[in-house]
Ligand binder design. Structure first.
Ligand SMILES: Cc1cc2nc3c(=O)[nH]c(=O)nc-3n(C[C@H](O)[C@H](O)[C@H](O)COP(=O)(O)OP(=O)(O)OC[C@H]3O[C@@H](n4cnc5c(N)ncnc54)[C@H](O)[C@@H]3O)c2cc1C
Length: 382
């Protein structure tokens, strides 16, 4: 193959594609994106539930989401493609005093950063999410600007725009190694030949650690299985039904097609690449859903799937240059927030690589934080 590139992006999921688009828009030079599968987005991106929210506990994640939501809104203008960001809102149901206290603290931080967010009384919930049981709910947080996005629409919008801007997207091209000269990466070795490169961007999602291992870098990302279920048609689900998260049980649900999408993060799942659907896991999701929405008694399961969260120890992404080797940049470990943070990750990566001041301070996401022991846990994870 014998190609030369200014930037080689490893991974054609939503993160790699957003970076490709933003780098090309900044005229970074020759950008090549490598995807080992036959289709873009085959791994985590195609499994995402589509939730987009700015309700986080850490400043950097709130700001990442606020920047992303702005970019989701201007997507058509920026890329030329239609992709729906359905701002139906995002609600957290709080049933314990402890959760009310910690979410109230987060709301203060969110408001200080300019986020429009309400704290609802139990009797105010039904206007947004009728049929949700509220007898044990003490309060709920609701951000009306949050909502839902279709991962495929945004991925293919980025793809079309990136191709138009000259990005060379290569499918079925697997990175097998990285070659160093001195302390700098100079070549990407693939099953289709080698590419001499300036910068390599690790956007390999759940495979991020394997890319790091190729060059002796300890990328602290673990793949963890997460499952979702969709129901058949449900007449009580209205078009304005938001994303609803039952904080105590971990259940989340939102409208999907003519029914609901239901999901839950089982904290007992151990890291692995297993993406088989576990029927017990599905049953646990359904039990939690039925408890929160008794009207689901008659619902039918339409579909279920499993995918991988790419999880870091503090549930915050890793975005920045690898300290142990020159020329390697990571944009990985989005810990279940990769769809919602992709536009921001794309723009910020392009800003950093072109030597601009990043729009927001993301030093808290740097790869060095693990060695320095400077971890600030994101507590609002689903
Ligand atoms: C069930 C579930 C629900 C979720 N819900 C949400 C949600 O509601 N909101 C949200 O924001 N996020 C959600 N997420 C998380 C989100 O899907 C991910 O954070 C996001 O898709 C990560 O994108 P990515 O591009 O980093 O990874 P991926 O989409 O996995 O892309 C990485 C790509 O790298 C490729 N690759 C890996 N190694 C190599 C190699 N050696 N050579 C070439 N290519 C390689 C892979 O084939 C893959 O296509 C959910 C995830 C799951 C599993």
């Amino acid at each position: 193959m014998g190609t030369k590139a200014d930037a080689v992006i490893i991974g054609g999921g939503i993160i790699g594609m957003a970076i490709a688009f933003h780098l090309a828009r900044e005229n970074y030079g020759r950008v090549v994106l490598l995807e080992k599968e036959q289709f873009l987005g085959s791994w985590s991106t195609s499994k995402a539930a589509g939730g987009i929210r700015a309700q986080f506990s850490s400043k950097v994640n709130i700001q990442m989401s606020m920047l992303s939501e702005k970019l989701f809104c201007s997507f058509k203008e920026d890329t030329g493609s239609d992709a729906l960001f359905d701002q139906v809102g995002y609600m957290f149901l709080l049933t314990t005093d402890q959760d009310v206290a910690s979410f109230t603290k987060s709301v203060e931080l969110q408001r200080s950063l300019g986020l429009a967010i309400d704290i609802l009384k139990p009797e105010e919930i039904a206007q947004y999410a009728p049929h949700v049981r509220t007898d044990d709910v003490k309060a709920a947080t609701f951000c009306k600007n949050d909502g839902l996005a279709d991962p495929h629409e945004f991925l293919s919008g980025y793809e079309r725009a990136a191709r138009k801007l000259g990005v060379d997207i290569r499918l079925e091209t697997e990175v097998a190694g990285l070659t160093k000269t001195g302390d700098k990466i100079t070549e990407v070795v693939t099953n289709q030949g080698t590419i001499s490169c300036g910068t390599v961007i690790n956007a390999a999602g759940p495979f991020a650690r394997q890319i790091g291992d190729m060059i002796g870098s300890d990328v602290r990302v673990e793949p963890i299985r997460r499952q979702c279920v969709t129901t058949g048609q449900l007449d009580f689900v209205k078009p304005y039904f938001p994303m609803v998260v039952d904080v105590a049980s971990g259940l989340y649900c939102h409208k999907e097609s003519k029914g609901l999408l239901l999901g839950w993060a089982d904290s007992s799942v151990q890291p692995s690449m297993d993406i088989s659907v576990d029927p017990d896991y599905t049953d646990s999701i359904l039990e939690r859903a039925l408890d929160r929405m008794p009207q689901l008694e008659t619902a039918e399961v339409a579909n279920s799937w499993a995918g991988l969260y790419e999880t870091t120890p503090d549930h915050r992404a890793i975005i920045g240059f690898e300290p142990s080797v020159s020329g390697l940049f990571h944009a990985v470990g989005f810990s279940g927030h990769g769809l919602m943070h992709a536009p921001a990750a794309g723009q910020l990566t392009a800003e950093i690589l072109t030597g601009k001041e990043p729009s927001i301070d993301i030093t808290g996401l740097s790869p060095e934080r693990f060695a320095k022991g400077e971890l600030v846990e994101e507590t609002n994870v689903i």
